[in-house]
Design a protein around this ligand. Structure first.
Ligand SMILES: C[S@@+](CC[C@H](N)C(=O)[O-])C[C@H]1O[C@@H](n2cnc3c(N)ncnc32)[C@H](O)[C@@H]1O
Length: 204
């Protein structure tokens, strides 16, 4: 019997359809997308299949995640072999000099805060002039009441790891600005998540 190395994220199973619909709306017909923090690999498998003009480069910090990504994406010829990638490293070895999009779901609040800046700086280093960074997940926002569900999630995350927790969108915008990126679009997603689209300050 062959071991099934696939990890299963119930959240990724739930949100992949809505995320793909937004990627299809936002992205041009073709390009190369770098996924940061691919986790199980479910987004890579599902979303790459719905973007026929795109090459998909998955990655994750955890070496143990890579076999799951590989297995979910086995046989998908537009998905490249997953890279081991730590957003905090000053260079991202193996990542092509220019990519057309960077996609990162659910890392900013489930990783140390420094990872947000690392993501922004790395995306700014690798994005093509018209490229987009797309982040997905729950955020806190000034002037927007936080739902009880997101408040409870924040408490739960901080109990699990003191370095984790929902981030203020405004703080994320500050990190982006330091890297030369600005928020172009905010999309409300199911279950009180946001999909945020970041571009270069002077992308025109
Ligand atoms: C909650 S999971 C999200 C996985 C997937 N994107 C999803 O939405 O199902 C958070 C991911 O962030 C990754 N991560 C944590 N620290 C990281 C870092 N320094 N660089 C890159 N990825 C990191 C973890 O390995 C994990 O796969």
């Amino acid at each position: 019997m062959t071991d099934d190395l696939r990890r299963h994220s119930p959240a990724a199973e739930r949100n992949r359809v809505a995320i793909l619909a937004e990627l299809q709306r936002l992205l041009p017909p073709q390009g190369l997308l770098l996924e940061i923090a691919s986790g199980s690999g479910q987004h890579a498998a599902h979303c790459s299949a719905g973007l026929p003009g795109w090459q998909w480069q998955p990655s994750d910090f955890e070496a143990e995640a890579l076999p799951s990504i590989r297995t979910w994406c086995a046989g998908l010829d537009r998905v490249r072999a997953p890279l081991r990638l730590d957003v905090l490293s000053p260079e991202w070895p193996g990542v092509p000099a220019q990519v057309d999009a960077v996609f990162c779901a659910n890392m900013i609040h489930i990783a140390p805060w420094e990872c947000c800046g690392g993501l922004m700086r790395g995306a700014a280093r690798h994005l093509s002039p018209q490229g987009v960074l797309i982040t997905y997940g729950p955020y806190l926002e000034d002037g927007v009441p936080t739902t009880p569900g997101n408040l409870g999630f924040d408490v739960d995350l901080r109990l699990r790891n003191a370095g984790w927790g929902l981030r203020r969108r405004e703080d994320v915008e500050h990190e982006a600005a330091e890297a030369g990126l600005v928020l172009r679009e905010r999309v409300a997603m199911p279950a009180n998540n946001l999909l945020l689209v970041w571009v270069r300050e002077r992308s025109g």
